[in-house]
Design a protein around this ligand. Structure first.
Ligand code: ATP
Ligand code: MG
Length: 270
């Protein structure tokens, strides 16, 4: 019985197998006591491998009967494994970027079995939750997702075409020139909660794409694999990133179970 845990700043991702089927489970990291109980209910003799920023909390809770695995290595190993399982290695090749959008965002470069963390940003899933709360008062994740899907964030932004109003813009006029840049110009206009959240989602998606594309350009690779729980069930964010990555000449990939990459890599580590 093998259990891999990626204890992140917000969510803990758990994968487990007894040689046959794999199981996947997600739970808030601050419910560590419940996770411990669940593991000892399910398994009699589990080999537990833990990664993520909160791994230490778990190691304490499990009284040392677990192995700590480096988060960045685990994440990239897990991505490699998922690509292999999904038959995508031939399509993507052995060199690609991994952008992990968790509470915050980390960007990695993978070349076969060599992994390097290229950079990161505080713009991540936590930003989505935090700014949504500040602008709308909503703090339930599912509610925020739902509202954002039904909003039109564009009115809050300044586009390139808005700025180049009297001549042909030097770059596509549809591009965002300034996220939320229109808010103060339109004081009379009221925006809905839906619009605010849609604009936040767009800002996060565009910013993460820009960082990822620039990193991919520097490393001369075309494939960017986006993972992290921030994408689970979030088609609008995926669409923004997919479209914008393509516009910038790169290719975006989203993996089923991508958010479990760290936990998978930890489990496989020996
Ligand atoms: P980090 O890697 O930065 O330490 P993490 O591993 O906890 O953080 P993920 O689990 O990849 O991060 O993603 C967390 C984000 O996923 C949240 O910030 C939120 O935007 C989103 N999310 C998805 N489902 C939920 C949920 N049920 N509850 C809270 N946030 C959720
Ligand atoms: Mg994480």
């Amino acid at each position: 019985e093998y259990v891999g845990i990626d204890a992140g700043g917000t969510l803990s991702k758990i994968v487990y197998t007894n040689g046959g089927e794999w199981g996947y489970k997600k739970i808030a990291t601050d419910r560590v006591g419940e996770i411990r109980e669940w593991i000892y209910e399910q398994f009699t003799n589990p080999h537990i491998h833990i990664t993520g920023g909160k791994a230490g909390v778990f190691l304490q809770e499990l009284s040392g009967a677990a192995k700590n695995v480096n988060e960045f290595e685990a994440t990239c190993e897990g991505v490699n494994w998922l690509l292999e399982q999904n038959g995508l290695l031939t399509q993507i090749g052995s060199r690609f970027m991994v952008t992990n959008v968790g509470t915050g965002t980390s960007i990695h470069y993978v070349q076969q079995d060599a992994y390097e963390r290229i950079g990161g940003s505080g713009m991540g899933g936590g930003t989505l939750l935090g700014l949504s709360y500040l602008l709308t008062g909503e703090d339930h994740y599912d509610k925020i997702l739902e509202l954002g899907k039904n909003g039109q964030g564009e009115g809050l932004n300044v586009t390139v075409a808005d700025i180049y109003s009297h001549e042909t813009p030097p770059i596509s006029g549809d591009l965002t020139a300034s996220n939320f840049g229109n808010a103060a110009n339109r004081k009379e206009q009221s925006f809905s909660k839906e619009d605010y959240i849609a604009a936040i989602v767009r800002m996060i998606g565009e910013t993460i794409t820009t960082m990822s594309v620039q990193a991919a350009e520097r490393l001369k690779t075309d494939a960017i694999i986006y993972i992290g729980s921030t994408f689970s069930g979030h088609d609008t964010l995926k669409d923004i990133i997919k479209g914008y990555t393509k516009l910038r000449g790169k290719q975006a990939f989203f993996l089923e179970y991508g958010e479990y990459s760290g936990a998978i890599g930890a489990l496989l580590n020996n």
